[in-house]
Design a protein around this ligand. Structure first.
Ligand code: PLP
Length: 275
C-alpha cells in the first residue's frame, strides 16, 4: 500500500487474552481499513475466565504516547476504553485539548466508559467515575455506555425503550454531543435495540440478538468500528450504523476460546476481502 490510510488512536488497556482492550481495538481498526495507534493506560492480567488484576501505566507515559503520535503521524479520530484511574483521566482530558482531539478541537472523539468486565471485575478505581463524567463527557463527540455503565454514571436503570430515552437525556446533560445507549443487555427484548441521540434526534437502531455466550470485547469492538468510520470522515449517525452492522457480524462469528467467555471476531471481514 502506498496511499496513507486514515488513522485512529485508542487510549485503552491491554487484555492479555487478546479479546478486548487495545488488542480488540487494533484488530478492528485493521479490519475497518484504518491505521491503528495506541496510548496504553493499563496492563490487565486476564483470560477467558476473568480479570485477575491490573497495573496502570505512569500518567506521564500515557500522555506522552498521545502527544507522540498526534505530533508526527496525525490522528483522524480517537477513542477511550479502560482508563483505570482518575489521575489518568484528568491528564488525558488536558492532553486531548492540546492536540485538538474532542469537542474543544476538531477531531472526533468516542468515549466508551469502561467500568467493569462482563465477569463483573472492576477495570476502574472507584473515584474515577466522576472524572469520566466531568473530564471526558464534555469533550466527547459520542459516548457509548452499556446499561450497567448508564446506571453507574446517571443512576437511571434502563428497563425498556422509555427509560432508555430518559437515560439518553441524562447522559446528554453531562455534555457529550451524541449518546449511544446500548440495549444489548436488555435481555427481555428479542432484538438488540440501541438508542442514538443528540437531544434533537432519537434514532432506534434494532438488530438481531445472537444466541452466543462469546461476547468478550464486544463493546470495545463496536466503539472502535465507529471510531474507524469517523476517522474516514463519516457523520456520527452513519458511523454508528456502520459500527452496528460490523459488530453484529463479529458477534455472529464469535468463537469459543479457553474455558470461559470467547471473543467476538472480526475475521469475517478479512475473509470477505480476500474472497
Ligand atoms: N479488559 C480490557 C482491557 C477492556 O478494555 C475491557 C472492556 O472494555 C475488558 C477487559 C472487558 O471486556 P468484556 O466486557 O468483554 O469482558
Amino acid at each position: 500500500m502506498t496511499t496513507t490510510p486514515r488513522t485512529a488512536l485508542t487510549i485503552a488497556g491491554s487484555d492479555s487474552g487478546g479479546g478486548a482492550g487495545i488488542q480488540a481495538d487494533l484488530r478492528t481498526f485493521f479490519a475497518c481499513g484504518v491505521h491503528g495507534m495506541t496510548a496504553v493506560t493499563a496492563v490487565t492480567v486476564q483470560n477467558s475466565l476473568g480479570v485477575q488484576g491490573f497495573s496502570e501505566i505512569p500518567v506521564d507515559v500515557v500522555t506522552a504516547q498521545i502527544r507522540a503520535v498526534a505530533a508526527d503521524m496525525g490522528v483522524d479520530a480517537a477513542k477511550t476504553g479502560m482508563l483505570a484511574t482518575a489521575d489518568i483521566i484528568h491528564a488525558v482530558g488536558k492532553t486531548l485539548d492540546e492536540v485538538h482531539i474532542g469537542r474543544n478541537g476538531r477531531i472526533p472523539f468516542v468515549v466508551d466508559p469502561v467500568a467493569a468486565s462482563m465477569h463483573g471485575d472492576s477495570l476502574l478505581r472507584e473515584e474515577a467515575l466522576d472524572a469520566i463524567r466531568t473530564e471526558l463527557f464534555p469533550r466527547a463527540t459520542l459516548v457509548t455506555p452499556n446499561l450497567d455503565e448508564v446506571r453507574l454514571l446517571t443512576g437511571v436503570a434502563v428497563t425498556d425503550t422509555g427509560s432508555q430515552r430518559a437515560a439518553a437525556d441524562a447522559l446528554l446533560e453531562l455534555g457529550p454531543q451524541w449518546v449511544l445507549v446500548k440495549g444489548g443487555h436488555l435481555y427481555g427484548n428479542p432484538r438488540c435495540v440501541d438508542l442514538l441521540s443528540d437531544g434533537e434526534r432519537y434514532v432506534e437502531l434494532a438488530g438481531p440478538r445472537y444466541d452466543t455466550e462469546h461476547t468478550h470485547g464486544g463493546g470495545d469492538t463496536l466503539a472502535s468500528a465507529i471510531t474507524a468510520a469517523l476517522a474516514k470522515g463519516r457523520p456520527v449517525p452513519d458511523a454508528v450504523a456502520a459500527g452496528k452492522r460490523f459488530i453484529e457480524r463479529c458477534v455472529a462469528e464469535a468463537y469459543p476460546l479457553g474455558a470461559g467467555v470467547g471473543p467476538v471476531s472480526p475475521f469475517w471481514r478479512l475473509s470477505q476481502d480476500n474472497a
